[in-house]
Design a protein around this ligand. Sequence first.
Ligand code: B3K
Ligand code: ZN
Length: 881
Amino acid sequence: QPITRLADYRPSDYLIDRVDLDLRLHPTETRVTATLALRPNPAGEPGAPLVLDGDELTLLAIALDGQPTGPGAIDVTPRSLTLHQPPQRPFVLEIATQVNPSANTKLMGLYRSNGVYCTQCEADGFRRITYFLDRPDVMAVYTTRIEGERADTPVLLGNGNPVEQGEVGLTRHYAVWHDPHPKPAYLFALVGGRLGRVASRFTTMEGREVEIAVYVEPGKEDRADFALDAVARSMLWDERTFGRAYDLDVFNVVAVSDFNMGAMENKGLNIFNDKYVLASPDTATDADYANIEAIIAHEYFHNWSGNRVTCRDWFQLCLKEGLTVFRDQEFSSDERSRPVHRIAEVRTLRARQFPEDAGPLAHPVRPQAYREINNFYTATVYEKGAEIVRMLRTLLGPETFRRGMDRYFATCDGTAATVEDFLAAFAAESGRDLAAFSRWYEQAGTPTVAVSGTYDPAARTYTLAFRQSLPVVATEATAGSAPQPLVIPVVLGLVAREGGPVAATSERVRDGVFVLETAEDTLVFHEVAAAPVPSLFRGFSAPVKVEHALTRDERLTLLAHDGDAFNRWQAAQSLAMEVLVDRATADAPLEAEAGPEAAGLSSALATFLDGEALADPAFAALVLTLPGEQEVAQTLRSEVDPDAIWRARQSLRMQLGRDLGPRLLSLREALAAPAGAPFSPDAASAGRRALRNAALDLVAAADPQAGTALALAQLETAATMTDRLAALATLSLVPGEAREAALARFADTYRHEPLVLDKWFALQAMIPEDGTLERVRGLMRHPAFSLGNPNRVRSLVASFSLNNPTQFHRPDGAGYDLTAEVVLALDGKNPQVAARLLTAFNTWRMVEGGRRRRAESALRRVVETPGLSPDVSDIAGRSLA
Ligand code: B3K
Ligand code: ZN
């Protein structure tokens, strides 16, 4: 696979203005006729050959301006169609191809999922449907005629608005859809199948009547209402928050059960992994409801950030993804609890993006080169990309930021834009030079900011000294050059030791923000009456690691008194992290004596719980949750022993459970939903369930017997999947009869519910015990498991490889071997999912020597296997580089 480089970007030599598609759906022989209205691009090279992309295509016929092409005029392979001397005026190419949707196990292009025809074209799947200029800067107006058997495909959906439908002979019918908005091919979609439907209407602020519909497997319509409501809430929010209205007469969402990612923002026809649509109290957890809401919003918001303004090339992926993640995060914060959501975002960033940025797959938010673009739909592009937009808002202030967004949408509407276009809108609106800020897009690696504070009682000043440092990450664009300082917004405040804010001034802090833009800087506060405790990076104002040597008492002050909820949570996390790092480094046994640090944490948490657990249970649940194993590993950085980390975390959980036990039990009582209370997935109800279950987890850690009894009782009476699954998770950590019986019963109850069995697979794959590997192998033979379904692979195998550190990193290397084996078995079927699974090896260089050697040899076995997909060979190659 050749390398594609940003520096080599050239406009297309030809443009396509209109596309007329005619698709005759057939399980194995679907015929596609594309009529393309082409013209030379004034910005391209005159007289250049026209090279259309293809992938596994069979050409049936071709005509140029209605005439057959002459001998030697074209060259065709399954991967390309070249017209050597295209007319240098507008012309029409008519191309007929044939594809086999049933054989399409890559789930890219046109495929079938449970008998339903559907498509996935981003990033480069449209070329698997017809020969095309499959690049996002070629934008066309599409009219699509879809024809199929009425019995198999009563529902026929396309992009845009429905314009016509009718009968074809006795058994077939057709529908014509027209999308007036020019779009790149990756936003093309169609669906044909037997589907149930729920629908409602939304009137936009511009007065447009929109019909919103969600299509699901027949019989599951009642599980689509929450998603349908989330669409309407998203539409309203985008109007109110960003002034963005919807622009078609229909908005359709279709749930399919085989999908490589979460969902896809095709114009007017979003296609979803059914996991992110279907919800009922009996089958979906609170986390599922929150994810559905967020992903529905995300795909809908793409209609402006992605579709109306799309990307010039795939290097600009963060332009739509980072921005749209930022938008969906804001939506969820407004619909739910802002601090609680912010903590969830940061946990994801630290668990997924920080390790990526610290490992062999590190890349800038805007990469400069790729072999396989589908491997760049990463936490860095999405989550760090969103953090950059958030920092921009912090730097400019909310009003200027909103004006910049308006300008961006106004100036770039209908175009394929770049990161430069995006920043230019904010530079113009704010009058600021954003050149230094733009380094966030170019430099990979997580910056570290070291801070120290000094109080001078005589001068009544408090001085903070900042030093930023960036890891050197060799990438194409930065190779050989030292990293340049970043523009880092530090939202901060001073807290008095006895609580309450300190009203000190510094000319360099505006609206609570200090901007660190050089390698080192100092900030002086005046008129400070007593030594304060600094609260830095409030709300996690920049995606950095902070090295700030606060004392335990100072952290306890922040936990108790900081006005910023995020930093209160962070104080508890930091206290816990110190204990975890100490214990993991000393490789302390499980029953080691608790030191004063741990005791201090327990008593602070006790005070915290007594004071306010009932006032904000969701927040309290987060405060009670210790940093994850991956996060501890990131803090240790090298020669990591995952077993020592697990023991450290386990022993601290045991201690907190012992110290807080009676409180946790009475909280569980106080928070119990009254019998027969109606279910609500809202944030407040979810928060009460979260705290009850966090309490259960700690109680069970300290006293497995008592925990098992509580969990069994909860499993018996639970009215929600959240509570049932939490109980099962607790039971899953205690080896024995009770666990196996509960697991078997759960599987039997939900034997017809694949999405619930996914939770059951995942839970077992994450058991931190030696026997888990064999259990996973056994479950791979379970009738409900299939390598062909991405959700099954993710819940069973990826849960093991990515979310069970002790077992993936087994000292004997068997966890690596299993992962490599599944990657290879899957690669021939579905390279995208295989490549994603292989990213589990991202942390291989951090682990101690024995494991490291075994991980490396498993990776080598993968890379040396002949016939690898570009997807897997790219990840394997970069992981070893
Ligand atoms: N844009 C899609 C992801 C496409 C995946 C390509 N392999 C989903 C999203 O981010 O909204
Ligand atoms: Zn997206």
